[in-house]
Design a protein around this ligand. Structure first.
Ligand code: NAD
Length: 455
């Protein structure tokens, strides 16, 4: 079946239909319409999968998809045009330009935690850049995978855009085939599998991976506002966010007041951690529930720590007296548990962060420009924010992606368009002039002339 769809997509791509920008705009508009008409089913499916509320689904998934769609519809004409660049004297009187061209048949593999935006934004970006797409959403949220397959496969021809559902087996089968681009979002270990499979066919990849994102809190901050922003960012989607603050590094002098304010803020917004809040997302499955529950060391709970396996509930939990050697500091947490490490020596703390794989994000809460600049200069990470967390993802003028272990490449807006395009460079020369310099017979005089020109 895969081979048949791939061949159909290859033929469709070769027909040049997707190179027509008005065709792409039409398809993106159709997608927007289909999404709008099916919003209720999308909300229902994600609620069934992991209790995500309509508000959070709109705010953290659909709004971003609509935003990208609008931006593509508005900009792809401009982004698809050749751009002129200067040529230089060597090729006078030629002109030079760069033609963006689609790569071909692409594969998008999604993660489960924001199942809509993580699958659909890369897929729509690939279409906007003129490619065909096979989308393989994560199988863990089974209802969201099913609804995406339905609305896409019912409304788009499979030679242009289709969803193939499945888990490890189906993804492994897909990876046997040659694609012109693979865009993967998921964990670091699976990212390595994807990279290896792509290498067999020399297929370019974008890998959007995870990691432990540090959050620095310095003594000079507005504690109330800092805590408000951190608590929202950490417990959105019950901490199952790739760019969530993974752990806090707080300056020792304000540790106590910071922790007290964290507790107060959590109690205000999460109804004293009761297990009844319909606006609070559940853990995706029992495996992850068990993994997370084991990370809560009862001796280190500052607040929270309530769990209920029946509905995979874990309350917003703060752990205190944590060091870099604790179990919770080994891997990405990806759940509603926030360890707090206090520090008094900044250089030592920076070293601890730098000794670990490069994170996807880093957040710095401080009013001191020197301190902020020091951290920005010393620590390598994908992207982040000063005095905020998560919100950088909403600005599509910023490339979104990791570095080192947190990923390869980036997307959102024009950066996504670039990720799914090849930039073909052309030198375009008329016939009326040619200097003899590069032609044999060579001579000392010609070499001198060359040296004079270049040095
Ligand atoms: P995952 O790596 O387990 O799964 C991702 C996709 O890979 C799924 O579609 C799954 O079916 C497929 N897959 C799983 N095992 C496979 C295998 N052995 N061979 C081939 N395919 C396989 O990741 P996940 O649990 O869905 O997502 C969580 C991870 O994703 C976290 O690490 C998180 O940080 C990361 N993430 C990153 C971003 C980002 O934008 N950088 C966004 C969301 C999530």
């Amino acid at each position: 079946m895969i081979q048949k769809i791939l061949q159909k997509q290859q033929d469709f791509f070769n027909s040049n239909k997707t190179k027509d920008v008005s065709f792409r705009i039409e398809q993106l508009k159709l997608f927007k319409k289909v999404l709008k008409e099916n919003e209720d089913s999308l909300y229902k499916a994600i609620y069934q999968d992991f209790g995500k509320s309509e508000f959070e689904t709109y705010a953290s998934e659909l709004s971003l998809i609509y935003h990208e769609l609008n931006s593509f519809i508005k900009n792809i004409k401009k982004w698809s045009r050749p751009t002129k660049v200067s040529t230089g004297f060597v090729n006078f009187p030629a002109k030079s330009y760069i033609i963006p061209e689609p790569l071909g048949v692409t594969l998008v593999i999604g993660a489960w935690n924001y199942p809509y935006q993580i699958s659909l934004i890369p897929a729509l970006t690939a279409l906007a850049a003129g490619n065909t797409v096979i989308l393989k959403p994560s199988e863990l949220p089974a209802n969201t995978s099913k609804i995406m397959a339905k609305i896409i496969n019912d409304n788009f021809p499979s030679e242009f855009f289709c969803v193939i559902e499945g888990g490890v087996k189906e993804t492994t089968d897909l990876l046997e085939h040659r694609f012109d681009k693979i865009f993967f979002t998921g964990s670091v270990p699976v990212g390595k599998i994807i990279y290896q499979a792509a290498a067999k066919h020399l297929t370019p990849v974008t890998l959007e991976l995870g990691g432990k994102s540090p959050t620095f809190v310095f003594g000079d901050v507005d504690i109330k506002m800092t805590v408000k922003r951190i608590v929202w960012a950490k417990f959105l989607n019950a901490g199952q966010t790739c760019i969530a603050p993974d752990y806090i590094l707080v300056e020792k002098a304000i540790e106590k007041s910071f922790l007290e304010e964290m507790k107060r803020e959590i109690e205000e917004h999460y109804k004293n951690n009761e297990d009844i809040d319909d606006n609070y997302t559940r853990i995706i499955n029992t495996n992850n529930y068990d993994r997370l529950s084991k990370l809560i060391d009862p001796d280190k709970i500052y607040c929270g720590g309530n769990t209920n396996k029946d509905n995979r509930f874990i309350s917003p939990t703060i752990l205190q007296n944590i060091s870099f050697d604790d179990e919770i500091m080994k891997d990405e947490i990806f759940g509603p548990i926030l360890p707090v490490i206090s520090f008094s020596n900044l250089d030592e703390t920076i070293k601890m962060v730098k000794d670990r794989p490069k994170p996807l994000s880093c957040y710095i809460y401080s009013k001191n420009k020197k301190t902020i600049d020091k951290l920005l200069k010393e620590i390598s990470f994908g992207g982040g924010a000063i005095n905020d967390s998560l919100m950088h993802i909403t600005n599509d003028n910023l490339p979104f992606g990791g570095v080192g272990h947190s990923g390869i490449g980036s997307y959102h807006g024009k950066y996504g368009f670039n990720a799914f395009s090849h930039y073909k460079s052309i030198l375009d020369k008329p016939f009326w002039l040619e200097t003899p310099l590069k032609y044999s017979p060579y001579s000392i005089k010609k070499l001198k002339m060359l040296k004079w020109l270049f040095e």
